[in-house]
Structures are given as C-alpha cells and as structure tokens.
Design a binder for this molecule. Sequence first.
Ligand code: UTP
Length: 294
Amino acid sequence: MKRVRKAVIPAAGLGTRVLPATKSMPKEMLPIVDKPAIQCIVEEALNSGIEDILIITGRGKEIIENHFDKSPELESRLTKANKSEMLKKILSIVNLPNIYFLRQKEALGLGHAILCSRSFVNNEPFAVLYADDVVFSEVPACKQLINVYNEFGLSVVGVKKTKEENIQKYSSLKVDLVRENIFRCTDMVEKPKKNEILSLYSILGRCVLNPDIFNILEETKPGAGNEIQLTDAMKVIARKDSVMAVDFVGKCYDMGNKLGIMQASVEAALTHDEIGKDFKKYLESISGELFKIN
Ligand code: UTP
C-alpha cells in the first residue's frame, strides 16, 4: 500500500454565503485572529506528514499565492526595525515546503476541483482538506484519517454528527460502527431530501482518497446545486467497496458561514498568547449586557 504523501486543498469556491466580505477577498484568507484560515489548513497537512500540497485556486484568489510567497519589502522593513520574532513568523510561511498552485478555471463544484488535481496526484492515495473547514485538535484531523487509511487501505471520510434540522444542507451517510469512532460507510447522499436521509453523520472537510476516484469523477454529472459533487463520486466507491468514516476528535469551524467565522475567532482569541487574557476580560465585561438582551 502506498503512503499518503500528497494533499489537495480546494480553495476555488465563490464563498457566496459570506458575501459581501468574499466579493474580492477569498473566504480562505479570512483571519482567525491573526492567521488566515488556509494557513491553519496547510499547517494541519504538514503536521500530518504530508510532503506535497496542491492548492486549487481560481480567479481573484491570487492573494492566497502571495501569502505563501516571499515579500522582500516587508522582510527588509522587519529586519531594519529589529522585529525578529515577527520576521521569523513571516519567513516560516515562506519557507514551507512544496506548495503548488493550480487554477480551476470555473467553479463547477468541489468534485471538479478535485478532478483538476489528477496529474499532481499521479496514481497515489491523497488527502483532501477543504480550505474553509478549520479544525483545532491535538492530533491533526488529517492525521487521524491517514491512520485509518493505513489500517484498512480504503478511502476514508471525516465525519461529524449534524443536527437534524441541518442535515439537508450537508451530506448524509449510511454507516455501520466498526469500533469507537470508526465506521464502515456503504452509501451517501449530498444535500438529501427528507426521505433520503441515511443518518445524521455528515462529511466534514477531510478525506483520504484512493486515486480510482478520478475515473469516477470524470463520469460524474452535476448534482446538488448543479455542481459536480465529490460526494456523488465517493458514493460510487462506498456502494462498491465501502469507504471508512472517522468521527475525528477535534473542534470544527466552517469558515464558509458567518457563525463559523465568529466561533473560530472567539475560541482562538481566548487562547491567543498575546491577546487571550485581555479578550477574556473584554468578554466578561460585556457578558452582563448580553444576558440582559436575552
Ligand atoms: P463549498 O461548497 O463550501 O464552497 O466548498 P463554496 O462553493 O465557496 O460555498 P458557497 O455555498 O458559495 O458559500 C467546499 C470547498 O471546496 C472548494 C471551496 O473553496 C471550499 O474550500 N470549492 C468549491 C472549489 O475549490 N471549487 C468549487 O467549484 C467549489
């Protein structure tokens, strides 16, 4: 069995749920206090043992590339000002290994974005980390999935239980418990109608895929939202060989919706080295007012 060395980070979506903020600013660059969401995702991949990363971008997303590139003017300014700690932080982003970029020419759906990565992946198993799903966890979520891949050799999806009132906005999976937080998944449906719900388990932002997904994606027609859905392709594998599902340990934040953005920022601010204490005091100071409103 080949080792999972490569990751694809699709970041070409239009982010319509966060407009107007995302009209010219990619949602993947929205900051969690002082770090863009996509940097958290890249760090998660690297901390999971990934060696090569492909970020799928699109028109208007050039600043994602710029973020991982050198900025000589800024670096020289920080050097002259003796701001060595900040310089170290900036250089650590620039010096990240092997990050490649590819443009999805039209946002035809997540499945189509993954299909664009075919020649990069080149017949190896690979991880997918959705650029707008940030996970805070001790063991990186991607690593948790890779461990299951290494055990079973089957494609793996990261899942979380969703509230009943929300399941129709996400995907729904037919799962059988294997042990603890690991399941075998034999069917799935994207944005199910009420009578199509298979369970409240939904795919959340991470998967490890065998490269046979590409032949299936090539044949996959647009599905929910008239987009080429990755779930529709994974469904074919689930029904044939089954895929594994891991209810990974970690807190997830959807940077593609307004509430998720605020939750990620508040949680990260509370534990932030520089502003954590002051931010906690601030929250305490306004909490009385908040309860009055409620
Ligand atoms: P989403 O469906 O959450 O992203 O895709 P979106 O299309 O930007 O969302 P809304 O509904 O318009 O707000 C999950 C991930 O897949 C990427 C997105 O950038 C996101 O990281 N994606 C989606 C692509 O790379 N290409 C696409 O065509 C669609």
